[in-house]
Design a protein around this ligand. Sequence first.
Ligand code: SF4
Ligand code: SF4
Length: 476
Amino acid sequence: MHEADLVVNTVKTWLGNPILRILLRWISKRTEKGSKLERALKKYAGGNEKLSLQEKLAYFIVKLALDKGSESFGVLKEQLVESLKNPVVRRGIANILEGIGYYGIQRPQTTAAPFLVVWNFTKQCNLKCKHCYENAELKPMPDELTTEEAKKAIEDFISAGVVFLSFSGGEPLVREDFFEVAKYAAEREFYVSVASNGTLINEKVAKKMKDIGIQYVEISLDGFKNTHDEFRGISGAWERAVEGIKNCVKVGLDTCVATTITHYNLKEIPKFLEFIENELHVKRFIAFNFIPICRGKEIINQDLTPKEREELLEFLYSKLIDKDCKLDVFSTAPQYAVTSYKFAFGPLIATHFTNKAVMEMLRGRTKSLTEFIGGCGAGRLYCGMEPNGDIEPCVFIPIKLGNIREQSLVKIWRESKILKQIRNRELFKGCGECEYKYVCGGCRARAYAYFNDLQGPDPSCSFNERYWEKVMHILS
Ligand code: SF4
Ligand code: SF4
């Protein structure tokens, strides 16, 4: 067994201990000052919090656990203390530990609250993309959250323990209060990112994004000029998006190019990666899985075959591990986790958490961790929120679980029957019989889009070839 697996298994056994789990549940309970666990972590990181008696006890247990944990992982205590000074890391660890306390150790794990919320901040957009999963239009939805409600939602996310907050849309930058709300989130110590079509990002906007504390920007570019403009429905969109990317890079924002892969652009991807690496100088590329919902249904026949997807993922992974390629190359296809799994000691893929720090942390931790992270994170590590506050398992799964105006995120997360279904991989058709069910789980959005069944098969994959044939039969 590789050393990393041994360590993970030791920690699993240790954290799986029922007494420790009871302690974790107790430590995770919140007082009026917030999470006891987070406060104990802050103290451990050298903070000078004044702790109540209960918090002192929590701190004692956390200290014991972390000292032992750092020893098992071969991490120097000083390093651990240093990384815990980062509030994002603290909140992340608290969320995972609280999840283990609440749900026990699972394959794959469900966190105490969504690690990541992707917030479709508005339905309004200045483009008309063919594959838009939101049916975005020139006008916003009539009942979008107001600025005050948006801030209230952020407060709710804090008390839940959410770590990453990603503003998406529509085009988030068209909303007048975007900067006010994003700044509010950054000040409340979320890792804030933005997914944008890039067309509104001039240098001043890019600088403002950086100044208010946005850490990561993901701009959609569907290939070279003709492909992009055809896809986006507006001539000149490519130049403006490229300008937006250059502006973000120029001001030092961590910038990613995001591309939804279909037959429209599959063949140009290798050249396109060279272009974005050498001409645009972005750090990261993420290949989005095409999900045939909303306007995307109209181009369903452009979907990749399982073989094409597999070859694409292998190509992407080869770029990721290529020392001469400066790009970090990811995909939202959960099968990418399987691709990485096959290279036992290469970089491991946390499919939706495409953050360099996370990847570095996971490097070399193979089997146990891939099963812990588990590919598709919908309703398990992540959820989506619509402009009107409706919570969904994933922004590509248009099923309302509840609304943030009426219920807390944690209540929805813990009580939704739909989420219980989505977390139960044993019952998935096709994917449930697959040896990689814990590593990947299939894209639940694709299963739902094609079969109207959250526990259905993801037809994107060669293990589910028979379902792909069924789909093709229906489409032809
Ligand atoms: S059958 Fe499902 S779980 Fe298995 S690799 Fe394919 S998509 Fe993933
Ligand atoms: S359902 Fe899962 S794999 Fe598919 S897009 Fe959503 S989070 Fe990603």
